[in-house]
Design a protein around this ligand. Structure first.
Ligand code: SAH
Length: 393
């Protein structure tokens, strides 16, 4: 019989062990040597093929990522460990986050909390559970109780991604409140105000990972500005105080409705256009429209590495058209949130677009995700956002 003191054991191949020794925290199912009869979501002791202990992990019976390490040491009390990790994540944010009451409070592996994402929107906390281990009832209770202890929040809302639950063989579950009853609030970043409604929104409510890039973009923005893939107006609202005219484009009407409410909240006059960005940029470029500032922040075009070529073609088309429309001395802020598109792929794409558009780009800033979405250097998958700011002549 297994008690907390005699943990379940999983042996992994030499390849899996060398991955862990290089600092990564995942072991793929193909590198498991023995994992028979291990219940979904167990805490397991990981050992190499000779039985040498490598630490403690959370086990998934269904994902290709079978093992996510949580400690180099034996773990006798998972709940206590998670409480400590959440408390540490809170302290880390207190040190590094400025000028906002909305930020990512826990970013899965990057906060040593594999499978748990927590975002804070002022007094509403939104969490996402990505793995079997974190989905178990005792772990959920621990997470909720530690978050309420650490934060002065009115409510905690769980946002469910049905695809994630399917991949983890978890039963379907609806998004909903786990604590409190408040579902809507406003939050502020860089002195710009936003509405948040937990019952609406596409991802986790807002793209908090762009917070520092909004402020950076605002340093260079001027004249006529176009925010392509504007969602609820994150960039557009930051550019508005500095630009003579701002237009935001998105294909989602609900997103634009919130964008418009956000403009009212900030007393800004912004034009919102509902449409397909590819078609609209094509029309605008061929009708010789010109801008001084253009932001391009599309959704992840490459969901897997197999999509890389078509993703790069998509990025190139958008950037090429934007470059053609920028006046000399204009600013292009161009982003990719696809992990599978590396920074060097993205730069190469931009060089090629610039050559085709007969423009010269000077790099003003090379940026990534905001610091509350930490990048764990030994886990490349934690770095996904690229944001290049260039001056175009
Ligand atoms: N810049 C935004 C985030 C953009 S997320 C911010 O900082 O908040 C990507 C957005 O692209 C989503 O709002 C989505 O509705 C929109 N979108 C996806 N495909 C589109 C298309 N073909 N044309 C226009 N918008 C599109």
């Amino acid at each position: 019989m297994h008690t907390a003191k005699t943990p379940l054991r999983v042996a992994i191949s030499a390849r899996g062990a060398s991955r862990l020794k290089s600092g990564h925290v995942w072991v793929y199912r193909s590198d498991l040597l023995s994992a028979d009869n291990i219940p979904a979501g167990s805490v397991v002791a990981v050992a190499d093929e000779r039985g040498k202990p490598l630490g403690t992990a959370l086990y998934s019976s269904s994902s290709q990522i079978a093992i996510r390490m949580i400690s180099h040491e034996p773990v006798s009390d998972l709940q206590q460990l998670l409480r400590r990790r959440i408390a540490n994540a809170v302290v880390y944010r207190q040190r590094i986050v400025r000028d906002t009451n909305a930020y990512r409070l826990a970013f899965s592996e990057a906060d040593f909390l594999p499978g748990l994402i927590v975002d804070r929107y002022n007094d509403i906390v939104s969490l996402q559970i990505l793995t079997q281990a974190i989905d178990s009832n005792p772990v959920r209770e621990t997470v909720i109780s530690e978050l309420t202890l650490q934060l002065d929040c009115a409510s905690i809302f769980e946002r469910v991604d049905p695809r994630v639950r399917e991949l983890e063989s978890l039963p379907p579950r609806a998004s909903g409140l786990l604590h409190g009853d408040k579902t809507a609030t406003t939050f502020t970043m860089n002195r710009v105000h936003f509405h948040f409604d937990a019952l609406e929104g596409q991802k986790t409510g807002a793209f908090l990972d762009q917070r520092e890039n909004y402020a950076a973009a605002a340093q260079y923005a001027r004249g006529d500005a176009l925010d392509v893939f504007c969602y609820q107006g994150g960039f557009a609202l930051h550019l508005a105080p500095l630009c003579s005219r701002v237009t935001g484009v998105d294909s989602s009407r609900p997103a634009l409705e919130v964008a418009d409410k956000n403009a009212v909240l900030n007393h800004r006059d912004i034009e919102w256009i509902e449409g397909n960005a590819f078609d609209l940029l094509k029309d605008y470029a061929s009708s010789h429209r010109h801008y001084d500032t253009i932001v391009i922040d599309p959704p992840a075009f490459a969901k897997t590495k197999h999509d890389l070529d078509s993703a790069l073609r998509g990025y190139k088309e958008l950037n090429l058209r934007a470059l053609k429309m920028l006046r000399p001395g204009g600013v292009l802020i161009t982003c990719s949130c696809s992990y599978h598109v590396s920074e060097s792929d993205f730069r190469e794409m931009l060089v090629s677009a610039a050559l085709d558009a007969h423009r010269t780009l000077r790099l003003l800033e090379v940026r990534g995700q905001a610091k509350d979405h930490p990048v764990l250097l030994n886990v490349p998958e934690t770095a996904y956002l690229k944001c290049l700011i260039t001056s175009v002549s």
